[in-house]
Write a protein that binds this ligand. Structure first.
Ligand code: FAD
Length: 299
């Protein structure tokens, strides 16, 4: 069975067995993905989904891996990474259609070129459109849900579905697709407003400078580890709980931004989980607040 499954799977794109996930995460951490595949197009993606169903094999989707903590033991089953076949950005009037694997920052820059405003804040976010839609990525008071008109999805039962902005139910760092296991983001359509290119450029510069001043640089990370509790800042709470500079193995709570854990080199997922648990305990005992993870833990 295993041979015929592998034969069928590899027809659909670049396949590797026991692929180290540390090569596909911005934290540079993560054990092997059992079957790692980059489907060439939507039909190939659909066949991968159907094979997982037929052989009862777990299926995991990853984007650019910038919001992931993959455990050291790796991920069982099929890990799908959307790649070239899903990387396109098309502008039509005030709307931009972008494939799920396009970089969100590239969409933001393309919007600038066409004098379309509304995505300036996204220029420093390293993830894909698919990951941004699932997580309702945002910064500086804005989020992707606000400018999203429609999302095309391949359901886990193999149908193509379309979700309107309202149906997406975007909330803080979440959407219907994160709450319910419905399917895989294929494409998103953004509705933007006309704006002057110089004005957009200035806004982008401002956000980039802000990031440089507040976010750690030079070491791998996954951005913010915890969500901000309602009306509060996770970074502030973690700092006041005395966690800045805490270290487990080669993982460190950043001195620059307490809600970031950086990999000093060769850190393991176990090191990061140790820090996460210490932070949660300290914040709970000092403020009686339960921090919720923003990073997605896989494996
Ligand atoms: C330096 C740095 C700065 C960051 N700054 C910000 C910020 O300002 N604001 C912010 O919101 N985030 C930020 N992030 C986090 C991250 O970039 C975003 O959450 C991004 O949207 C994740 O996209 P991704 O492609 O990397 O998704 P991944 O990390 O690969 O995946 C995230 C989740 O989405 C799912 N997923 C990914 N693609 C698809 C798809 N096509 N269909 C279905 N599910 C999918 C995965 O299964 C997983 O659950 C930052 C991260 C870093 C490293």
């Amino acid at each position: 069975m295993k041979k015929s499954f592998l034969e069928a799977l590899k027809q659909n794109g670049e396949l590797s067995v026991n692929e180290p996930m540390k090569n596909h995460t911005s934290l540079r951490i993560g054990g092997p993905a059992e079957y790692f595949i980059k489907p060439k197009d939507v039909s190939a993606l659909k066949r991968c989904v159907m094979l997982a169903k037929e052989y009862n094999i777990p299926l995991t989707i990853v984007g650019k891996g910038t919001n992931l903590l993959v455990k050291d033991r790796g991920i069982c089953g099929i890990v799908i990474k959307l790649d070239r076949g899903f990387d396109y950005i098309k502008v039509d009037g005030n709307t931009i259609k972008a494939g799920a694997s396009s970089l969100l920052a590239a969409v933001s820059l393309k919007a600038m070129k066409y004098e379309l405003g509304g995505l300036e804040w996204a220029v420093g976010i390293p993830g894909s459109v698919g990951g941004a839609i699932i997580m309702n990525a945002g910064a500086y008071g804005f989020s992707i849900g606000e400018v999203t008109e429609r999302v095309k999805v391949l359901s886990y039962t193999g149908e193509i579905l379309e979700f309107s902005k309202e149906q997406m139910n975007f909330t803080y760092r979440s959407s219907i697709l994160r709450e319910k296991k419905i399917g895989i983001v294929l494409e998103a359509i953004f509705n933007l407003a006309h704006a002057d290119e110089m004005f957009i450029k200035e806004q982008m510069k401002k956000y980039i400078v802000k990031r440089r001043l507040t976010q750690p640089r030079g070491y791998p990370s996954a951005g913010s580890i915890f969500e901000n509790p309602p009306g509060n800042s996770a970074g502030k709470l973690i700092e006041l709980a005395g966690c800045k500079g805490l270290r487990a193995g080669n993982a460190l709570v950043s001195e620059k931004h307490a809600n970031w854990i950086v990999n000093l080199g060769g850190a393991t997922a176990k090191d990061v989980v140790t820090l996460i648990n210490i932070i949660k305990d300290k914040v709970k005992s000092k403020f009686d607040i339960d921090l919720q993870l923003e990073v997605r833990v896989l494996g």
